[in-house]
Design a protein around this ligand. Structure first.
Ligand SMILES: Nc1nc2c(ncn2[C@@H]2O[C@H](COP(=O)(O)OP(=O)(O)OP(=O)(O)O)[C@@H](O)[C@H]2O)c(=O)[nH]1
Length: 351
């Protein structure tokens, strides 16, 4: 009988800790003798998170768009290829932080019409500090997207609690529980938790595992079975009315596009000074949520993977396999790309 492949979907806002969780889950599955495979979706033009995944894990990279809208049509091709070539025991999809979770469910359920998949309920990683700030203001597209991700999660990994003030964690847990009373909430630092706690929260979505899922109508919400408790609220100015699915199929339910999300990719011509770069990062406009890149500094010997997520920067020495350019990607809402380009060009010229 054709094998049924379990599919785990990791959702969560930009920089919340999805790749950190992915690395831990992969290590656990491998330790248990399983062969996981990964589909990594990046809204930017380069996949730097892929460098953090061990080279013995089969991986399909879907870059330059989101599987919930612009490159949705490629998902079935990538999944079919992974399954036939690699025969993994399970697949994990790391969604882009800008992805609308309902649409991601919908995209994956659509694939399950062609392939035998057991789609597990969603794991949503929540950046504790970012959530606390957005919850206080309760407005903006980012807040609404984060709410959707929270409502669609069967397990909420409340990550980065090390950045909270005393007492704040309990308050946030209460807010999350109100927003999604069905989910298990697990507080973590760097997603460091007994992973079985997370996986046991991802209860089986389908009692009859030998049946492929039927694609949900309209959105990926599967409320009929009581498993995916996403809200049906849709942010209509976030939708591009009349937009066509990549598969070419005209859809009564228009799909989300991320036109409010701006991505800027900068390729460096040479090394830059590390202090100047840190200064540049410290002065990044607030509407940039996420930055990552590979850099060669003029005052250090090795190359660094830099990560910037919600006002926190991180640098990790790295020796990438194969040819990887010096590059930085910035993701945010309507920020001035020219300004970022100019500042980075100025840094390069100083060298
Ligand atoms: N302080 C703190 N930093 C964390 C924690 N977890 C992850 N980080 C850092 O946050 C940054 C982003 O983490 P990732 O795991 O790459 O986040 P992501 O959700 O995969 O990011 P995107 O794929 O770009 O959306 C990295 O620099 C991590 O080291 C945490 O619990 N506390």
């Amino acid at each position: 009988m054709e094998k049924i492949t379990p599919v785990y979907i990791l959702s969560g806002f930009l920089g919340s800790g999805k790749t950190t969780l992915l690395q831990r889950l992969l290590a656990l599955w491998q330790e248990r003798g399983l062969r996981p495979a990964v589909i990594m979706n990046e809204i930017g033009d380069v996949n730097l998170d892929g460098l953090l995944v061990s080279s013995d894990v089969p991986m399909a990279e879907m870059i330059g768009g989101c599987i919930c809208c612009t490159i949705r049509g490629d998902l079935s091709v990538q999944m079919a290829e992974l399954i036939s070539k690699e025969q993994p025991d399970l697949i994990v999809i790391e969604a882009t932080g800008a992805g609308n979770p309902l649409e991601i469910f919908d995209a994956v359920t659509e694939v399950s019409l062609y392939l035998k998949l057991d789609i597990k309920p969603m794991i949503t990683v929540v950046d504790a500090l970012h959530f606390a700030d957005l919850y206080a203001s309760q407005k903006g597209k980012t807040y609404r997207l984060m709410l959707e991700q929270i409502r669609c999660g069967s397990v909420l990994v409340l990550n980065k609690i090390d950045l909270l003030k005393e007492g704040q964690e309990q308050e946030i847990r209460g807010q999350l529980q109100k927003l999604n009373p069905y989910a298990d909430i697990i507080s973590t630092v760097k997603c460091g938790v007994n992973l079985d706690k997370i996986l046991s929260g991802v209860k089986d979505s389908h009692p009859q595992n030998d049946q492929p899922l039927q694609a949900a109508k309209g959105c990926g919400c599967n409320d009929g079975e009581g498993h995916h408790h996403c809200s049906h609220h849709h942010d209509h100015d976030h939708h591009n009315e009349g937009e066509q699915r990549e598969s070419g199929e005209k859809d009564a339910h228009p799909h989300a596009s991320h036109e409010h999300v701006t991505v800027y990719t900068h390729y460096f011509h040479g090394p830059i000074d590390s202090n100047d770069f840190e200064q540049f990062i410290a002065e990044l406009p607030r509407d940039i949520y996420r930055g990552k890149g590979i850099l060669q500094f003029s005052d250090t010997a090795s190359r660094f993977l830099f990560q910037y997520a919600y006002r926190e920067a991180d640098y990790l020495k790295i020796t990438p396999q194969g040819e990887v350019p010096d590059v930085a990607v910035f993701i945010g809402e309507h920020f001035d790309k020219n300004l970022i380009a100019k500042r980075l060009n100025d840094l390069e010229q100083r060298e």
